[in-house]
Design a protein around this ligand. Structure first.
Ligand code: AMP
Length: 287
C-alpha cells in the first residue's frame, strides 16, 4: 500500500467543502498550480508548500487558454495517475483536477490581463499566453482561497505577473517564488523535456551553460550586446534551431537593461528539436 497519497478532487463544491473543514480547524492552506506531467521541480514546490502551510492543494489543469498553438496543447503530456503517485509522501493533501467547464463555465467572459509585465520576452512570441495564464491562476486562487501560492522561478516572467496580479486585485494570497531545479547536466527540469529526442536531450544543457558563460563575462566587465550576440550564436552552434530571445531584465520589474547595474535576470527562450525551452538565471548587480 502507498501511504501519503493525496485525494483527487474534481469538482468545486467538493474542493470548497474540504477547504472549509480545514478553515474550521484553523489551518492554513497553500496551493501549487501545475499543468501536470510532474517532475522533481514541481515536487520541490510541493515540499516547500508543505513545510510552510498546514494543508497543500496541488492543481493539475492543462489550460487551453494559455496555449497559442493547438499542436502544442495536443502534444502536452497528460499523466494524471502517475502524477498522483509521484505526490505520495510529498505533503499534498488534495490534487484538484477540474475539467474545462469547472474552470470556464458556459458564458465565461472574463480575462485577467497584466499590462507591461506580459509584454516582451515570452509575451512577444506567445500572443494571449499570459492573459490565459493570469486568468486561470486568478480562478485557481479564488476557487482554492489559499493563503500561500508557490511558483517556480524557472518561469520568471510568469512569477512576476502572478505576483503583480495578486497585489493589484487585493487577493489575500502570498505568492512565493522557488528556485529552478535542474537535471545533473544543468538543463532546467520541464515537462517539455520528455518530448526531446535522445540526440536533442544530449545537447540541451548547452542553453544553461551559455547563460552561465554570459553571467561570467558580464561579471568580468564585458560589453552586454557582444555577450548576448555571442551566446545566441553559440546556442545555435550547439544544436538549437533558433533563439527567440536572450535578454537581460531587471529582477524587480523586468525593465529592459543595457547593463547589469541592478539585480537582474538573464532570460532565454530557444527551440530544440521542435520543442520550445525557456530558462533564466540571476545576475548580480555589477559593482
Ligand atoms: P507547469 O506545470 O510547467 O505549468 O509548472 C507548474 C509550476 O512548476 C510553475 O510554477 C513552474 O514555474 C514550476 N516549475 C516548472 N519547472 C520547474 C523547475 N525546473 N524548478 C522549479 N519549479 C518549476
Amino acid at each position: 500500500m502507498i501511504t501519503g497519497l493525496p485525494d483527487i478532487v474534481r469538482d468545486l463544491p467538493g474542493l470548497r467543502a474540504r477547504v472549509a473543514a480545514w478553515r474550521r480547524a484553523g489551518e492554513s492552506v497553500a496551493v501549487v498550480p501545475t499543468m501536470g506531467a510532474l517532475h522533481e521541480g514541481h515536487l520541490s514546490l510541493v515540499r516547500r508548500a508543505a513545510a510552510d502551510a498546514d494543508r497543500v492543494i496541488v492543481t493539475i489543469f492543462v489550460n487551453p487558454r494559455q496555449f497559442n498553438s493547438q499542436a502544442d496543447l495536443d502534444a502536452y503530456p497528460r499523466t494524471e495517475e502517475a502524477d498522483r503517485l509521484k505526490l505520495a509522501g510529498q505533503g499534498a493533501d488534495i490534487v484538484y483536477v477540474p475539467d474545462g467547464a469547472t474552470v470556464y463555465p458556459p458564458g465565461f467572459a472574463t480575462t485577467v490581463e497584466v499590462a507591461g509585465l506580459s509584454e516582451g520576452l515570452c509575451g512577444a512570441y506567445r500572443p494571449g499566453h499570459f492573459a490565459g495564464m493570469a486568468t486561470v491562476v486568478t480562478k485557481l486562487f479564488t476557487q482554492t482561497t489559499a493563503d500561500l501560492a508557490y511558483f517556480g522561478q524557472k518561469d520568471f516572467q510568469q512569477l512576476c505577473i502572478v505576483t503583480r496580479l495578486a497585489a493589484d486585485l487585493d487577493l489575500q494570497i502570498k505568492v512565493i517564488g522557488c528556485p529552478t531545479l535542474r537535471e545533473t547536466d544543468g538543463l532546467a527540469m520541464s515537462s517539455r523535456n520528455t518530448r526531446l529526442s535522445a540526440e536533442a536531450r544530449a545537447v540541451a544543457s548547452s542553453l544553461y551553460a551559455e547563460l552561465q558563460r554570459v553571467a561570467g563575462r558580464l561579471a568580468g566587465g564585458a560589453a552586454m550586446s557582444a555577450c548576448l550576440e555571442d551566446a545566441k550564436a553559440a546556442i545555435v552552434a550547439g544544436g538549437y534551431q533558433a533563439v527567440e530571445y536572450l535578454e537581460l531584465r531587471a529582477e524587480a520589474d523586468l525593465a529592459v537593461l543595457d547593463r547589469p547595474d541592478v539585480p537582474a535576470r538573464l532570460l532565454v527562450a530557444a527551440w530544440l528539436d521542435g520543442v520550445r525551452l525557456i530558462d533564466n538565471i540571476a545576475i548580480a548587480a555589477a559593482a
